[in-house]
Design a protein around this ligand. Structure first.
Ligand code: AMP
Ligand code: ZN
Length: 116
């Protein structure tokens, strides 16, 4: 289900143009508008789920997580390494309430940072 008032629903479903890195029937991955690392891609289900706390079918969750590896390959960071984050709720500073997986890399990170 798509929420017309949700920016990530619009981006993931092509209603607002963005820099798409990868797309299939279930997910869209696009460049973060305010990158915290040389590589900063967001993997977003095409259907609306507000966070990991939502009722998310396991095939969607599994597919979104499996897409991480594809993004790493596309971005050439498989060997150098990368960080994967899913901010959930207020204490984690989730600002966009549509589930998204941050894929961060392209340079060495210190332990515990960045806090995307
Ligand atoms: P979070 O704090 O985990 O909710 O992260 C939201 C992320 O979405 C941030 O890294 C923002 O830079 C990013 N973001 C917000 N609006 C857009 C947009 N229109 N296009 C791409 N990325 C966005
Ligand atoms: Zn949405």
């Amino acid at each position: 289900m798509i929420d017309d008032s949700c920016i990530f629903c619009s981006l993931a479903n092509g209603k607002i143009p963005t820099n798409v890195v990868y797309e299939d029937g279930m997910v869209c991955a696009f460049e973060d508008a305010n990158p915290m690392m040389p590589v900063h891609v967001l993997i977003v289900p095409k259907d609306h789920y507000s966070s990991l706390n939502d009722e998310i079918p396991e095939d969607v969750l599994g597919h979104a997580l499996a897409t991480v590896k594809k993004i790493a390959e596309i971005k050439g960071i498989t060997e150098s390494g990368y960080r994967v984050m899913v901010n959930t709720g207020d204490d984690a500073c989730q600002t966009v309430h549509h589930l998204h997986i941050h894929v961060l890399g392209g340079a060495p990170m210190t332990e515990g940072s960045p806090r995307a």
